[in-house]
Design a protein around this ligand. Structure first.
Ligand code: AMP
Length: 184
């Protein structure tokens, strides 16, 4: 409501008190709306954090990982429950659940990013070759497993995983990274 209306008689004092009252209402209303805005913003951020996959949190550095390499599109790190030492996961930074929903341009770049990493793994982990597996049954964020293999059993994901100490992870991480960096 306006502090005064046409034709209404009021004193200067009354005019000032109405202005001040309306100003106070506007101030309280503004503060109330700001608080709501802040609450909604916090809720939005919290929701974003909660729905981020564990791999996105690793990529953002919110969860530690044994990083092997990254570029603007992909992030590679050691699998925490490896089939073999050197078992590496390659994840696109864009969060898409299913491998075959990933746009073609990423699929192409994905293999190009994986190739030198697979070579580095082969160079430092005793194995016949590096195999590729894609499943995504556990983490809904498309990823490729690079596993050094000697037999098909090395990619039998139903068998018990290796138990490795942090020092063993760090040792294999350092070797792979060094081999990767020494490629021309
Ligand atoms: P899948 O989704 O079935 O292809 O498997 C997901 C893989 O992610 C498993 O091999 C897990 O050991 C691995 N994994 C889950 N959480 C982590 C983590 N925090 N760091 C590294 N690897 C992980």
């Amino acid at each position: 409501m306006l502090p005064y209306s046409a034709g209404e008689a009021f004193s200067f004092q009354e005019f000032c008190s109405r202005i001040l009252r309306d100003f106070e209402i506007a101030r309280i209303g503004g503060a109330f709306l700001s608080l709501w805005g802040l609450a909604l913003f916090i809720l939005f951020c919290w929701g974003k954090l909660m729905i981020m996959t564990i791999f996105s949190k690793i990529i953002k550095g919110e969860i530690p990982s044994y990083k092997i390499a990254e570029n603007d599109q992909f992030f590679a790190f050691l699998d925490i429950n490896p089939m073999m030492p050197g078992h590496t996961l390659i994840v696109p930074k864009v969060e898409i659940d299913r491998f075959f929903d990933v746009p073609d341009v990423f699929l192409q770049n994905w293999l190009a990013f994986a190739k030198p990493i697979a070579r580095a793994i082969e160079a430092v982990v005793p194995c016949d070759r590096v195999g590729i597996t894609v499943m995504g049954l556990e983490v809904p964020h498309a990823h490729m497993h690079l596993v050094p293999i000697n037999s098909a059993d090395d990619v039998n994901f139903t068998r018990p995983k290796l138990k490795m100490e942090p020092a063993a992870f760090i040792a294999v991480q350092e070797k792979i990274v060094e081999a990767l960096n020494s490629q021309v």
